[in-house]
Write a protein that binds this ligand. Structure first.
Ligand code: NCD
Length: 365
C-alpha cells in the first residue's frame, strides 16, 4: 500500500489531523506561492521572509513621509476591506493594525464586543466569524482561546470563500506580528553592530504565559549565534515546549532568576508584565516580582550600546524615569509595529513589489 501524499493546503486536511501536526508542518499550510496567505504562527516565517518584511517596512516608512507617497500607499489596497475582530482587550495592537490598514487604503470595520452580535442569540463564534467574513477580504483577529485564529482559517478554507486571517494575539500561545515588530526594532537599534546575529538577549518577567516571548524566542533562532537568557521566578519560567523548540534549533540559552547578574551581560533586555489575567486563584499575588523590575539604578549596569524593550502595556516592570534614556526603545517598538504590519499586509496581498518600484523611482538620482 502506498503512503498518503502529504497535505499541501489547509483545505485538504481534517481539523483533528491538523491539530496533530507540529508547528512547522502547520505553518507550511499557511503559505501560498512563497508568501504568507495567513499569518498565524511565527514558525511560518523564515529568514528571507523576515529580511523582506524588514526591508519593506523601511521603504514604506520612508515613502510615507510625503503627501504624494502617502497618497500612493493609500491606493494600494483601496479596493479591499478588513475586519478587526478583537474578542480580547486591546487598544495598542488594535490601533496599530487600524493604522496599518489606513496606510494601505484598506477600509476596516471592527467587532470588539461579541455580546452586541448574534452570539447573544446563541450563535457560535465560528458562525459569527463566517458570516462577517462574507463582507471582508481580510480578518485580523485577537482571541483569548489559543488556536482560535487557526481554527477560523481552517474553517474558512473549507468554504467557497476563504479569506486570509492574521493572528493579532491568541491566548497564551502566540503573537506573531508583535514578534515581527520586535525583531525589526532589534535589527534597527543594533544595526551599527551588525543586527541581531551574535547578540545576547534577555527575556524577563512572566515567561510562562507571555505570548510575545514565545513568538519572539522562535524568530530569534533564525539569526546566527544568538544567546538567550530567560529571567523569571521559577513558577513563571519559560514553558518546556519552547525550551524543546530552542534545543531542536541548537540555540544556547540559560534559565535564571538573577536579573541583576544578567543586566551587564546583554545587548538587549525584553521586559514583560505579569500576565495575571490567566491566574486561577490570584496566585501571582504570592510571587515577589520586584526582583524582575528594571529600576533607574539599573541604567548604570546596562551596556552603553544595549537596548531595553517591552511589548507594553507596562506596570512596574520599568520605572518611568528610565523612559528618557536613549536605550529605552519601547515607544519606538510601537511606531515600528505600524510599519511592519503594513508591510505584512501588503506582502499577503502580493502588492509588495509595487513598493520596490515606487521606492526605486523615489530614490533614483
Ligand atoms: C502584549 C499582548 O497582548 O500579549 N501586548 C501587546 O500586544 N502589545 C503583551 C501584554 O499584554 O502584556
Amino acid at each position: 500500500m502506498s503512503a498518503q501524499p502529504a497535505p499541501i493546503t489547509l483545505n485538504e486536511i481534517s481539523w483533528p489531523d491538523y491539530q496533530g501536526l507540529d508547528s512547522f508542518a502547520k505553518a507550511g499550510l499557511f503559505q501560498h506561492k512563497g508568501r504568507p496567505y495567513h499569518a498565524l504562527l511565527p514558525q511560518q516565517f523564515d529568514r528571507p521572509m523576515l529580511d523582506r518584511i524588514e526591508a519593506l517596512a523601511t521603504m514604506i516608512r520612508k515613502i510615507a513621509k510625503t503627501r504624494g507617497g502617502m497618497n500612493y500607499l493609500q491606493s494600494l489596497l483601496s479596493e479591499k476591506r478588513a475586519m478587526l475582530y478583537f474578542a480580547q482587550p486591546s487598544t495598542r495592537t488594535f490601533l496599530s493594525f487600524y493604522a496599518a490598514c489606513q496606510i494601505t487604503g484598506l477600509h476596516c470595520a471592527e467587532v470588539r464586543d461579541a455580546h452586541t452580535s448574534s452570539e447573544i442569540k446563541g450563535e457560535s463564534q465560528e458562525d459569527s466569524v463566517r458570516t462577517f467574513s462574507s463582507y471582508f477580504d481580510l480578518i485580523i483577529m485577537r482571541h483569548p482561546a489559543g488556536g482560535f485564529a487557526e481554527r477560523i482559517a481552517w474553517m474558512l478554507s473549507h468554504t467557497d470563500r476563504p479569506v486570509p486571517v492574521i493572528n493579532a494575539g491568541s491566548g497564551k500561545d502566540q503573537h506573531p506580528t508583535q514578534a515581527l515588530l520586535d525583531v525589526y526594532t532589534l535589527q534597527r537599534s543594533l544595526e551599527k553592530r551588525g543586527g541581531v546575529a551574535g547578540k545576547k538577549i534577555a527575556f524577563v518577567g512572566d515567561l510562562a504565559r507571555g505570548r510575545t516571548v514565545r513568538s519572539l524566542a522562535w524568530l530569534l533562532t533564525l539569526y546566527e549565534d544568538v544567546f538567550m537568557y530567560f529571567v523569571a521566578p521559577e513558577t513563571l519560567q519559560l514553558g518546556e515546549d519552547v525550551q524543546a523548540l530552542l534545543q531542536s534549533r541548537k540555540v544556547s540559552f540559560t534559565l535564571t532568576d538573577d536579573f541583576e547578574a544578567v543586566i551587564p551581560e546583554v545587548d538587549a533586555i525584553y521586559m514583560t508584565r505579569i500576565q495575571d489575567e490567566w491566574d486561577t486563584a490570584h496566585e501571582s499575588n504570592l510571587i515577589d516580582t520586584s526582583k524582575f523590575h528594571f529600576e533607574e539604578r539599573h541604567l548604570k549596569m546596562l551596556r552603553p550600546d544595549a537596548i531595553l524593550m517591552h511589548p507594553l502595556p507596562r506596570r512596574k516592570e520599568i520605572a518611568p524615569e528610565v523612559d528618557a534614556d536613549p536605550r529605552a526603545k519601547y515607544w519606538r517598538q510601537v511606531r515600528n509595529g505600524m510599519w511592519v504590519r503594513t508591510a505584512l499586509i501588503l506582502m499577503m496581498f502580493d502588492r509588495d513589489t509595487e513598493i520596490d518600484r515606487y521606492y526605486h523611482d523615489l530614490t533614483r538620482d
